[in-house]
Design a protein around this ligand. Structure first.
Ligand SMILES: [Zn+2]
Length: 240
């Protein structure tokens, strides 16, 4: 007992796609789990973007990384990881699980398509609007609904889902509110729990988890069984 879970993580590989606020926190948490052993979790860190001064209030990186590649700077900070300053399409190999921390629906769809085609589980993490709610979606191809299963209009889980209903919603535009990093860490922590569930060292999260990051921290889990046209042969739900 005790360290068996570490053996289960050994030689497993995780690709963290998107190294913004949430992605950087996810990398930090995952890396520390293997930091006391010779060979821990293998991690590939992917992001094409540069780190800006405006990121410092809500990122693991600090001022000395401003102007440099997020992927390269993160890899430098976390020995043993591989940093790739590119888009998701540059993913070099097939990981055991993908942590999707991207902020574009187009990229999330691309990751979903890759996941279904290659049977790679993905844990998507993000926050809504001013980071009042964390949204964690776990996709295990063949077992759970896929990411696109939640993209349909109608039949959407409450509470307010501006992510789905407002075409102009842009979750990258987070205001610099007080304590935003605290909210980011809470959401990232849930996402890491989802990743550990997929890797078999913790209980699996429900496919869709919405957690309020404000008191009383209400947690809602959803099981959406119906599948979309992307992950099934059933095209009857498609509206043309
Ligand atoms: Zn689907």
């Amino acid at each position: 007992m005790g360290n068996e879970w570490k053996l289960n993580l050994k030689d497993k590989s995780v690709a963290v796609v998107g190294l913004g606020s949430g992605g950087s926190a996810v990398v930090d948490m995952l890396w520390r789990m293997g930091a006391d052993q010779m060979q821990g979790l293998r991690m590939t860190l992917i992001d094409p973007d540069t780190f800006y001064a405006s990121n410092v209030t809500r990122h693991i990186l600090r001022g000395d990384s401003v102007g440099f590649s997020k992927a390269k700077e993160m890899a430098k900070r976390y020995p043993g990881t591989t940093g790739i300053p590119g888009k998701f399409s540059t993913l070099p190999g097939k990981p055991d699980v993908i942590a999707s921390c991207v902020d574009s629906l187009a990229c999330e769809s691309q990751i979903n398509a890759y996941s279904l085609e290659n049977k790679v589980p993905v844990v998507y993490g993000g926050v809504h609007g001013d980071a009042h709610t964390a949204e964690i979606i776990t996709v295990v191809p063949g077992e759970t609904p896929c990411y696109e299963c939640y993209e349909r209009t109608g039949e959407l889980p409450p509470p307010s889902q501006e992510h789905y209903t407002d075409p102009n919603y842009d979750k990258t535009k987070m205001p610099s509110q007080a304590g935003l990093w605290v909210d980011v860490l809470m959401a990232a922590s849930l996402q890491v729990q989802g990743i550990l569930g997929v890797l078999g060292v913790r209980e699996r999260l429900s496919p869709l988890v919405l957690m309020s990051l404000r008191p009383p921290f209400k947690y809602e889990a959803f099981n959406q069984k119906e599948r979309c046209a992307v992950c099934s042969e059933d095209f009857s739900r498609l509206t043309v």
